[in-house]
Design a protein around this ligand. Structure first.
Ligand code: M6R
Length: 602
């Protein structure tokens, strides 16, 4: 995910920017760049790939004396990871870096193009610098031009702009994406999170949405919609490890909380007003395809299963799901009318990669859904859709799972559009539901607090059953896997209708049943299954919008017209439950025993 740094002062700007960007590396990026103005002269450098490439590019450049500077690491969303698309973006005499999404950039871009502006990149960000220069050319006042520019922007942004027109000033604005200002004497720093400025600045101000302004002569002038305003600085933490976790106790916890935000990245440029668009796909991939096979492991296998329900139900295309380690040795019959999809967070899972190679040898077309660009699985596949979850550090996958599910949902609609198996009205209602997903993923304090309190009741017993039906069966599997991975307690995911065919024999008060009871999908059926367990004295933790009187514990979710919104909300509940149980048991949440983030052995 993208990162911003900025600095105004006399110190070595190049080093401050490169060091700052290095601190943001853990967030993931595929290109980086810096721009510096010293003695009225603009200098800029960009490189794709790792920061080492940018260091190499800048090795003969020395920065000294007073100046302004901005830097950026980019995780490609609008447009490919190329040098032209890397930030900072240049106008005639100004540079800009930006995190977030300018939702109305197409309108702004067309307006500027009609007036003769040439665009070099495919990014939304470039509109900011051209708008600024357009207004500056009209009124010759840099701050007025900057204010006019940000008034035109819709969407989320944190942005820094420097210009030869006012060389000793940095202009900044924040709305919806994080940005802070660090202070040390007359030096002023900017960053999209604490880590780049820890050890450099001693005080900090966290900008609020709608705030903007400029830094000149070491002084920050701040505005919001009501005009100029004062602000109070606070002491900056000195704990870098804590700052990388954005104040959360664990990476997994941070990753659960950021699911709503990353989902916007996953959907960006793909969920359009009236359809789904994937710039990475074309009709040719689907020519002569009559069915789909998905292969994956672990959590990715659970997202594959979820996808199979969506693909068959909405896109009306037969879909089979296989565990990669089983698929490899079962001597599968492969037909060339099958599209072979692999799903992997890391893109390096040995079993999944080998399954893909087998499918390719059999002449199948392949598509991967992955979080890591240029990983082995992505390189091996004919086409790839990136999930854009940002680096996931917790070994127990959370946001990678959520974004895989979203990609599968989008892919389902994409195929349904191609096959014309969905009517306009249904497509619109799916798209509307999708747009509400980030809200369904919000973690509220009362919810987290409730799961913290409940967790103390679930530290013993002889096992957990997570149960659900339909789409909620794979979610039950995933809920159980999360709990197993980080609590080391035994947990199984089961189709709720299948309990009476065996596992119900285990039911007693020490059997904990986590029942996923969505109101929008087969509610009455699941309710009967849970009643059967309750009648045998199983302890029931029900997760549902509908109060359930037989529940021993109850987590209430929101009523929603679309099952996927219930799915995402319940997913968060199961993730937090596992997290809180693990914390109470004193386990290492981020690095559970015996597990690795990337499983490169079979
Ligand atoms: O990188 P992949 O998605 O291919 O990894 C597959 C599994 O190893 C992975 O999902 C594993 O199950 C995680 N630890 C789940 O939290």
């Amino acid at each position: 995910m993208c990162g911003i740094v900025g600095y105004v002062g006399k110190k070595d700007k190049k080093e401050i920017l490169l060091d700052g960007l290095q601190e943001l590396e853990y967030r993931g990026y595929d290109s980086a760049g810096i721009a510096i103005i010293e003695e009225q002269k603009l200098k800029h450098f960009k490189a794709i790939g790792k920061l080492a490439n940018l260091r190499e590019r800048t090795k003969d450049y020395q920065s000294s004396g007073f100046g302004t500077s901005i830097g950026h690491t980019r995780w490609a969303t609008h447009g490919k990871p190329t040098e032209l698309n890397a930030h900072p973006h240049l106008g005639e005499y100004s540079f800009v870096v930006h995190n977030g999404i300018i939702e109305n950039y197409q309108i702004l871009k067309s307006e500027l193009q009609q007036e003769g502006t040439k665009f070099l990149s495919q990014t939304d960000t470039e509109t900011i610098v051209h708008l600024f220069e357009k207004y500056h050319n009209q009124n010759r006042d840099a701050f007025t031009a900057f204010t006019q520019t940000i008034q035109r922007l819709e969407g989320a942004y944190a942005t820094l702009l420097i210009t030869e027109a006012q060389a000793k000033t940095i202009f900044f604005a924040k709305n919806g994406s994080p940005m802070l200002i660090g202070f040390e004497g007359n030096d002023v720093y900017f960053a999209s999170s604490d880590t780049p400025i820890i050890g450099k600045a001693t005080e900090v101000y966290y900008l609020e949405d709608g705030e903007y302004g400029y830094v000149k002569d070491g002084k920050v002038t701040l505005f919001d919609a009501k005009g100029e305003k004062s602000f109070s600085k606070q002491t900056l933490t000195t704990n870098k490890a804590m700052a990388q976790k954005d104040g959360f106790r664990f990476f997994m916890e941070k990753e659960i909380y950021e699911q709503g935000e990353v989902m916007n990245d996953t959907m960006m440029g793909r969920v359009l007003d009236d359809r789904i668009e994937f710039e990475e796909l074309d009709n040719q991939l689907f020519e002569n395809i009559s069915n789909i096979k998905i292969c994956a492991c672990g959590t990715s296998y659970h997202s594959a299963l979820t996808g199979s329900y969506l693909l068959e139900r909405i896109a009306k295309i037969p879909c089979q799901v296989e565990i990669a380690s089983e698929f490899r040795y079962k001597e599968p019959l492969l037909r060339d009318d099958t599209l072979f999809i692999t799903i992997s967070q890391s893109g390096e899972t040995a079993d999944t990669l080998e399954a893909l190679k087998m499918a390719k040898r059999a002449g199948l077309k392949s598509l991967s859904i992955c979080n890591v660009d240029n990983s082995s699985i992505v390189r091996e596949s004919d086409r790839a859709i990136l999930t854009r979850a940002g680096i996931e550090k917790g070994v127990a996958s959370t946001k990678a799972f959520a974004t895989q599910i979203m990609v599968l949902w989008m892919l389902t609609l994409y195929i349904a559009q191609l096959k014309k198996s969905i009517d306009k009205e249904s497509l619109q209602s799916e798209l509307n539901a999708m747009r509400h997903t980030p809200k369904a993923l919000l973690v509220t304090n009362p919810l987290h607090e409730k799961l913290h309190r409940l967790s103390k009741r679930y530290l013993h017993g002889h096992g957990f059953f997570f149960i659900g039906r339909d789409l909620f069966f794979p979610l039950a599997l995933e809920g159980a896997l999360k709990l197993k991975e980080i609590s080391y307690l035994h947990a199984e995911g089961y189709p709720s209708g299948e309990m009476k065919h065996g596992p119900i024999a285990l039911a007693d008060s020490e059997l904990f049943t986590v029942a996923l009871m969505p109101k929008s999908l087969h509610y009455e059926k699941i309710k009967s299954n849970v009643e059967e367990l309750s009648a045998r004295d199983a302890t029931i933790l029900a997760i549902s919008p509908e109060p359930f009187e037989l529940a021993d514990d109850f987590v209430q979710t929101k009523y929603s017209s679309h099952p996927m919104l219930e799915f995402f909300e319940m997913m968060v509940v199961t993730q937090l439950l596992a997290l809180e149980i693990s914390v109470r048991l004193g386990n290492d949440v981020d690095m559970p025993r015996n597990l690795a983030k990337s499983v490169t052995v079979e």
